[in-house]
Write a protein that binds this ligand. Structure first.
Ligand SMILES: Cc1cc2nc3c(=O)[nH]c(=O)nc-3n(C[C@H](O)[C@H](O)[C@H](O)COP(=O)(O)O)c2cc1C
Length: 244
């Protein structure tokens, strides 16, 4: 494995950070790396907001269900899907073209690719961090807090900082379960998933000192039932996305 693949394969989310600021120069490097992500039709349909204001951080942590690391991390970035800029600067103005599902996907994918490039760049500079999808618990509140215009919505936040924790890597699904040749082939997956369920239950048992022994398949369903985010579709449509 080369250096980059080693870095990627040593990933673990970090939620505790040393009290060391991330220098502005480093932030710029991370954002520059994000900017070099590929982009559908070169729309570059995302905006990254660096949230520095402690009050806003506290409000976002609350929206995310009390995620203290949003307050504590030295650097907190919000990756927004953004079609507002394209619509505003497109000469032949037509509100309709930005409102279909495809454009929503384009912007969401663009924001996600930029996010992952930022994450990898930050990791290469010795930082660690965690995505915060919890900000989608209340997109209306996030929109007000960050002054997001029409056709902009926050896809996820990202806490970054110098790691003060080493929680250990979370086991992944077996490669054969997620990698197929020529077609979607489920043969053999039942036993793979059963093995994985046992492996991850043991991982959670150790990590939580016995409090949780969740399997992967249990968590998939239960977590979504706990936070179905029923309002998300309406909030996104209110911002002009997904009208048709
Ligand atoms: C889009 C996205 C949203 C996430 N949201 C949260 C979150 O709100 N809070 C959190 O603690 N972790 C969040 N995570 C981190 C995942 O829980 C984590 O990546 C996963 O459990 C695998 O663990 P690992 O990253 O340590 O390998 C999120 C990850 C992604 C990709």
């Amino acid at each position: 494995m080369n250096e980059i693949i080693n870095l990627l394969a040593s990933h673990q989310s970090i939620r505790k950070y040393k009290n060391i600021p991330v220098q502005e120069e480093t932030v710029k490097e991370i954002i520059t790396a994000a900017q070099w992500s590929s982009s559908s039709s070169h729309f570059q349909a995302y905006t990254i907001i660096n949230v520095k204001d402690p009050q806003k951080r506290a409000a976002i942590a609350e929206i995310a269900g009390g995620q203290q690391w949003v307050v504590d991390c030295p650097l907190f970035l919000v990756f927004c899907a953004d079609l507002h800029r394209a619509q505003k600067y497109w000469k032949r103005k037509d509100d309709q073209i930005f409102s279909n599902n495809e454009m929503f996907l384009i912007a969401t994918v663009d924001a996600s690719l930029a996010g992952q490039q930022a994450y990898i760049a930050a990791s290469s500079l010795g930082l660690g961090g965690v995505y915060v999808g919890g900000i989608r618990n209340d997109l209306d509140a996030m929109g007000k807090l960050l002054n997001l215009p029409y056709l902009v919505y926050p896809v996820f936040g990202m806490c970054l900082g110098y790691p003060d924790d080493n929680p250990g890597q979370k086991p992944r699904l077996p490669l054969e379960a997620i990698y197929k040749i020529d077609q979607y082939e489920e043969a053999g997956d039942d036993s793979r998933i059963a093995d994985y369920d046992r492996e991850i239950a043991e991982y959670y048992r150790q990590r939580t000192k016995g409090k949780s022994q969740d399997t992967w398949s249990e968590r998939c369903g239960r977590l979504m039932m706990e936070k179905p985010r029923e309002n998300l579709g309406r909030s996104i449509r209110d911002k002009g996305f997904n009208q048709r």
